[in-house]
Design a protein around this ligand. Structure first.
Ligand code: ATP
Ligand code: MG
Length: 652
């Protein structure tokens, strides 16, 4: 491959406010320490945790690409997230403010959460769960989800959280793959004002032969459930019968902590395996540094479902290891009204908000009048994760949600990386809308061409990680060959670099801009164009809320740019679809160049997304090229593809 063309120029800059810098917990010296001695730096960060047995060995890379971090030390992940804070005198600090979709709420202090996890660990042990056993968790965003994850961790067992929106078939596949022994679920949960059944889906998933011995059922929806005597147990009954006390044993730093399947944006999800000491070190350190966490005063809110890696690292492990106070919300952003999130920020005085570009763009689509009805002045820092954030969405986020003054940190990472890898530090970095900017201290990123040569600015190439990092995946569950082949094979002769699957370019200041997935790069008349930049150009037009770009085969240019665009509600009446198409084709040509001008633009009302909210471009490519639509099992709403293909066929 040659390099990817870079077309977008973004000149807006936001230097840190000196007052923010003065009060911030993470300064420039972190980069110096990490540059001085990377392994010593990570060892220091790891020592911020509580170790049952201190480690001597930092990194063992004698059998690449299988890394071992802090391998001769032992720790208990749950103890680090709970008991340690209680013993330090913070038992009365709120760990979780939880709000249910119907408006009910619960508050759990560190003391209460610790007590519940101890009981739950005893309850699971009574069902025969011990070190190394797999427990599937299929729950809504309720406090029991956190209790369940930590109870499994406390026993040295392995959790596999499956997003509550997945079908019986997807759940069954994940249970089978991990050979789980127990499932923890609920009768039902709330979504869009209604109770959706979970237990019934578990029953369907377990039909026929299964490795599952017990199903623990949390009461949440109050809906009727079928019951299999001997297998099924109410969570409350199991908890009531369990002992109060539970001693947290130390486990090896490399003891597996969880398996988690990727979002499935590009195809069949992979069961990513993470272990304990290194994972917790990097989840905690990044949560602390990137969010400038002041645990005594901040109220942190990460809107991710616990079924995604963001929910693992930045709802459960990072915040709790740091003794943070956080908000958890069960429901959808638009129930019962489209201002629900903003109402919650006002109610709980949220200071740090971490969410995804897809959410930001859907709020942009509805208009700023909705958030402007609420007092959002408690917010002092905003974060983004999951997809590239278009510069215009970044600026909207800062202006409308952040009152024009909060830093916005764009954090790049993956299920595989376990924790953030590229992000600004809000007290240090001069921010650039649309750029994830710099590797976090202790991480080394290179942008390479296919043959391993470094790509020079301003062109783009393959995003790779040079050296092992503490929270890196340790494998794909049960498939070491696929692990090597997927992530390492390409650059194994270059000292085993990790290839992330994404494209990126570095600008003259050394800042990194994500260009989308390498598989989505288009080849138009010999120019390699990224989806992200053309999408950002489209979103840069004030009428556009959201855009997805794909390459479709074309007789003259090899591939042609095809765009799918959602117009903001407030602008819908201004033009006909044809006029929007003309206007936007001209806009892209003018903003980033004629080479990127879309051959076709379709005005649509929805885009196909994974259940974690990411645009699934491969499905759009299928419609654009008139093919049968590929695997849609990870799609959030399957009707979307029908609507889009009908629209194309009707020649609109
Ligand atoms: P699959 O691997 O199954 O196709 P997925 O890659 O969507 O699914 P995740 O691990 O949830 O699964 O997502 C990681 C990917 O999300 C990254 O590889 C990248 O493409 C995208 N991503 C995450 N954060 C950012 C960001 N800040 N900027 C740009 N892209 C991001
Ligand atoms: Mg991926």
């Amino acid at each position: 491959m040659t390099s990817i063309d870079s077309l977008l120029t973004e000149t807006r800059r936001f230097a840190p406010d000196p007052e923010f810098t003065a009060g911030s917990v993470a300064g420039r010296e972190l980069y110096d320490r990490a540059a001085d001695d990377r392994l010593a730096y990570w060892a220091d960060r790891a020592r911020e945790l509580h170790w049952h047995t201190p480690f001597e060995q930092v990194l063992d890379w004698s059998n690449p690409p299988f890394a071992r971090w802090f391998a001769d030390g032992t720790l208990n992940v749950a103890y680090n997230c709970l008991d340690r804070h209680v013993l330090a005198g913070y038992g009365d600090r709120v760990a979780i403010h939880w709000e249910g979709e119907p408006g009910d709420s619960r508050t759990l202090t560190y003391g209460e959460l610790t007590a519940q996890v101890k009981r739950a660990a005893n309850a699971l042990a009574a069902l025969g769960v011990g070190q190394g056993d797999r427990v599937a968790i299929y729950l809504p965003v309720v406090p029991e989800a956190v209790v369940a994850m930590l109870a499994v961790a406390r026993l040295g067992a392995i959790h596999s959280v499956v997003f509550g929106g997945f079908s019986a078939e997807s759940l069954r596949a994940r249970i089978e793959d991990a050979e789980a022994k127990v499932v923890i679920t609920a009768d039902g949960g709330y979504r869009k004002g209604k109770v959706f059944p979970l237990k019934a889906t578990v029953d369907a998933a377990l039909e026929g032969e299964t490795t599952i011995e017990h199903v623990l059922v949390v009461k949440r929806g109050g809906n009727e459930v079928a019951w299999t005597e001997g297998r099924d147990l109410w969570w409350d009954d199991a908890m009531a019968d369990a002992d109060l006390d539970h001693e947290a044993k130390g486990f090896d730093a490399e003891n597996p902590l969880f398996i988690l399947y990727t979002s499935g944006t590009t195809g069949k999800p992979k069961g990513i395996l993470h272990t304990s000491g290194g994972y917790l070190t990097q989840a905690a350190a990044t949560h602390h540094d990137v969010f400038d966490l002041h645990p005594e005063s901040d109220v942190f809110w990460c809107t991710a479902d616990i079924g995604w890696v963001t929910g693992h690292s930045y709802v459960v492990y990072g915040p709790l290891a740091n003794g943070a106070t956080q908000l958890m919300y069960e429901g959808t952003p638009d129930t019962p009204h489209p201002g629900r999130w903003w109402e919650l920020i006002e109610k709980y005085g949220v200071t740090i908000l971490y969410t995804a570009p897809t959410a930001i763009r859907s709020f942009m689509k509805l208009g700023r009048q909705i958030p402007q009805k609420f007092d959002l002045s408690s917010l002092r820092l905003l974060g983004s994760v999951g997809e590239p954030i278009n510069p215009e969405a970044w600026v909207w986020y800062r202006d409308v949600i952040g009152g024009g003054s909060t830093p916005v940190v764009d954090t790049w990472w993956q299920t595989e990386t376990g924790a953030m890898m590229i992000s600004a530090l809000p007290g240090v970095t001069t921010l650039k809308p649309g750029s994830a900017q710099v590797p976090i201290p202790g991480v080394k990123i290179d942008i390479l061409s296919d043959d391993g040569a470094r790509v020079d600015p301003p062109n783009g190439g393959l995003l790779t990680v040079r050296d092992p990092w503490p929270s890196m995946l340790r494998g794909i569950w049960g498939d070491p060959e696929r692990f090597v082949e997927t992530y390492w094979e390409k650059f194994r002769d270059d000292g085993w670099r990790y290839f992330a699957g994404d494209g990126a370019h570095v600008d003259e200041d050394g800042d990194i801009w994500l260009l989308g997935r390498i598989d989505d790069v288009m080849n138009v008349s010999g120019h390699r164009l990224s989806t992200t930049e053309i999408e950002s150009a489209l979103v840069g037009n004030p009428v556009v809320a959201e855009a997805a770009v794909v390459g479709a085969s074309d007789e003259t240019t090899g591939q042609a740019v095809v765009a799918f665009v959602i117009v903001k509600q407030s602008h819908r009446e201004e033009h006909t679809d044809d006029e929007f198409v003309q206007l936007l084709r001209a806009h892209v040509a003018q903003a980033i160049g004629a080479i990127a001008r879309p051959r076709d633009i379709y005005i649509v009302t929805e885009l196909p997304k994974t259940r974690s909210g990411k645009i699934m471009r491969r499905l759009l490519r299928d419609v654009a090229e008139g093919r049968a639509i590929g695997d849609t099992t990870t799609l959030a709403d399957t009707s979307v593809m029908q609507i889009i293909s009908d629209k194309l066929r009707s020649g609109a």
